[in-house]
Design a protein around this ligand. Structure first.
Ligand SMILES: [Zn+2]
Ligand SMILES: [Zn+2]
Length: 339
């Protein structure tokens, strides 16, 4: 490694010092949105359909401000500033000063999905050491509902009856799942469904599951079951379902309001059987967002593990934060750790 000279123009730190200031504004959100739009365009070229209905944070803030100024402000402030522990060259830790934790916030949704995915995968692997079976993805659907609350409670009630059935207990050793909802602007109603990761003991075919599901719902029989080949991918898939902000922008005001007013405690995850312990620890501190948790013990004044310069704590805005991640020596950090 060549010794680093301190004032090379092209390695200039993006943040100037401990007194950096920030202003939470939509301008910084806009910068992010431009990136998101570019990303979306690229995904669309690749034919990834889901991106079409994913609104950017700016879209949601603008719409929210028209119906509820208070919620709009909270969403705007969420992740508008970050505390960063850095030497000026290396970013060792960062977390937002404020998180709205709203289910429809793209920032909070992504963070929760990642955290949940990490927690879940480890616990599923642990449970599978003592319980044998095949890991499958089971999707249960119900007829469309006029309100999201109505659709959710019908599905929850149906599943409660479903898991009490003997055939369920005979075939399924453990389950972990997430509710997903989508909105259909043509019929003006919600489609609510449940994605479950199950540990299947005995083989259970789709038509038998469908019959059992029709028994409890009365009118719905559309189910899907497939084996999970890659646990990591399967878990990630399920964890992100309730996090995807559904096509919010296509909703009329009354539906939009229902979604954004949905209670914070509304349970979007369920677990049971040998996966009983697979739960989202939602009280986790924001400090847990740390990108590289191996640096969790470092504080201001310590020496940077990479360049030995003194670390300082700094407040940066959203745009600066993205810059830090993309340009400020993050690849070095990753490289150093993997070698
Ligand atoms: Zn948020
Ligand atoms: Zn450093």
């Amino acid at each position: 490694m060549t010794p680093r000279t301190q004032q090379e123009p092209n390695s200039k730190p993006l943040i100037s010092g401990r007194n950096s200031t920030f202003t939470p504004s939509l301008d910084t959100v806009q910068q992010v949105d431009i990136r998101q739009r570019e990303f979306r365009a690229a995904s669309q070229r690749k034919g990834e359909r889901w991106t079409l209905r994913t609104p950017t944070k700016r879209d949601i803030v603008a719409r929210l401000e028209r119906v509820s100024a208070e919620d709009g402000l909270r969403l705007k402030q969420c992740c508008s500033a970050f505390r960063v522990l850095t030497c000026g060259q290396h970013t060792l830790r960062s977390y937002p000063t404020f998180r709205c934790k709203k289910p429809f916030c793209p920032d909070c949704a992504a963070e929760r999905a990642t955290r949940l995915g990490n927690q879940t995968e480890a616990k599923i692997a642990e449970a599978m050491q003592t319980h044998k079976g095949r890991l499958c993805l089971l999707t249960l659907t119900t007829k469309n509902a006029a309100t999201l609350g109505g659709g959710l409670s019908k599905l929850k009630k149906s599943f409660a009856n479903f898991k009490r059935k003997k055939v369920f207990k005979n075939h399924i050793r453990g389950y972990f799942g997430a509710f997903e909802y989508t909105f259909n602007p043509k019929t003006n109603d919600f489609h609510v469904h449940l994605h479950l990761i199950i540990l299947r003991g005995k083989f259970w075919n789709q038509s038998d599951i469908s019959d059992a599901w029709r028994d409890v719902t009365g009118d719905s029989f559309i189910v899907d079951i497939r084996e999970i080949k890659n646990t990591h991918k399967g878990v990630k898939e399920v964890c992100k379902y309730p996090m995807k902000p559904a096509n919010l922008m296509a909703m009329p005001d009354d539906k939009f309001l229902e979604v954004i007013k949905m209670k914070k405690g509304t349970r979007m995850f369920i677990s049971g059987g040998c996966f009983y312990n697979v739960k989202l620890d939602d009280d986790a501190d924001d400090a847990d967002d740390n990108i590289f948790s191996q640096f969790a013990d470092l504080t201001e004044g310590d020496a940077c593990p990479f360049c030995k310069q003194e670390l300082f704590d700094v407040l940066v805005n959203r745009q600066q934060h993205i810059g830090l991640h993309e340009l400020n020596a993050m690849p070095n950090v990753v490289k150093n750790n993997s070698s």
